[in-house]
Design a binder for this molecule. Structure first.
Ligand code: NQM
Length: 359
């Protein structure tokens, strides 16, 4: 039997996913997840029998509801539907799909639109942290077109400005969950950080890589992937994430010197495919690691940062990602603080209707 479920398809940043009102899906994962697997067409590498795009970046779900919290308008649960396995995971957040949550909440009447722009306060259920998304709403309607460009998406759209308020340690309990700015795992120097996304930074040169290899080249390098996965499993324990064999965190980011005027260059394993760009919260974590003395990123870059507002430009396979932060005390791990992180994304409503699940 086919079951019809109200659904919107949206591009959020450099990802694409299915957006639902919480009331339109069963609350219990045991009933909800089989429906999501069916809607996406998982498990299947091509997701031929579903709406998924056969890549982790296009096999994502947002579930949104009105918040009962005083500090938020809506609650947002992110779910990663694994492409080739019958798995749905809430173990990570997603800042790209987050970019579509504000517009979706306004479109669905969860938040009243202002006359010019609307600030949507979003409580991110995966991590318990909050973000504010500023959405353009001329004449109290969501506007998707504009001049804002983000690398990894053709053309331009209306900007969605996102401010993160309290994301340090949101998945792992602390910003540097191992307690150190640098650790050694399997003889490789690593920095384990969680500023909104658990990420392990690794110097590309330690794997005899330049750091500018294409995602396809890296994905074809099986011994590299095995080496990185072995480090990831140990890092997961060190980062208070437990056994991460079936989790999509931590992400593994290879860093190298910038090639195009940014601060540094990256290639991110998310964690088994290589990102065509870089995740939103992933890039906030990478940018943060650059600032503190003693991290593998700081050792590579040898650049110090004064207290106050800074902008960090993270290069990735399809361009650059700019992160604005307010920081202090970057001399040592005990005094280091991030007061705010902000960035620009765009989003677009692609389809609104009913998605059909096998039930
Ligand atoms: O880090 C991919 C994406 C992401 C996550 C991933 C993201 C983030 O680009 O906030 O956006 O790392 O799985 O959508």
């Amino acid at each position: 039997m086919q079951l019809s479920i109200p659904c919107s398809i949206m591009r959020g940043g450099t990802s694409k996913g299915l957006y639902f009102l919480a009331e339109d899906l069963p609350a219990e994962p045991a009933l909800r997840d089989p429906l999501l697997l069916s809607l996406m067409g998982s498990p299947d590498e091509r997701q031929i029998d579903g709406l998924g795009g056969a890549h982790p970046l296009t096999s994502k779900v947002a579930i949104v509801s009105k918040s009962t919290r005083v500090d938020a308008d809506v609650d947002y649960l992110f779910l990663q539907v694994v492409v080739d396995k019958a798995q749905v995971s809430d173990a990570q957040n997603c800042g790209n799909i987050l970019a579509g949550v504000g517009p979706f909440a306004i479109e669905q009447g969860l938040v009243a639109a202002g006359d010019n722009f609307t600030d949507v306060r979003i409580h991110m259920l995966n991590t318990g942290a909050n973000a504010v998304a500023r959405v353009q709403t001329p004449q109290a309607k969501v506007n998707y077109s504009g001049d804002a460009k983000i690398d990894g998406v053709p053309g331009s759209s209306a900007p969605v400005l996102i401010d993160f308020l309290d994301i340090a340690g949101s998945s792992c309990g602390s910003l540097f969950p191992s307690g150190n700015s640098q650790d050694v795992i399997n003889n490789i120097a690593v920095t384990c950080i969680d500023n909104g996304m658990p990420v392990v930074l690794l110097n590309a040169a330690d794997f005899a890589l330049q750091g500018d290899e294409s995602p396809a080249e890296l994905e074809a390098n099986h011994s590299l992937k095995e080496q990185i996965e072995a480090i990831r499993l140990k890092a997961g324990e060190l980062m208070n994430l437990g056994d991460v064999t079936k989790k999509t965190v931590p992400k593994m980011t290879l860093i190298s010197k910038a090639l195009n005027g940014g601060l540094l260059n990256t290639r991110s394993f998310i964690p088994h495919r290589v990102h065509d760009a870089i995740g939103v919260l992933g890039s906030v974590s990478v940018a943060t690691a650059c600032v503190l003395k003693g991290t593998v990123a700081h050792d590579l870059l040898q650049q110090d940062f004064a207290d106050g507002s800074i902008e960090i430009v993270v290069e990735h396979p399809t361009g650059q990602f700019n992160v604005e932060m307010e920081v202090s005390g970057s001399d040592n791990i005990a005094s280091f603080q991030i007061h705010r992180a902000a960035l620009l994304r765009t989003a677009r409503l692609l389809m609104r209707g009913e998605a059909m699940a096998n039930s």
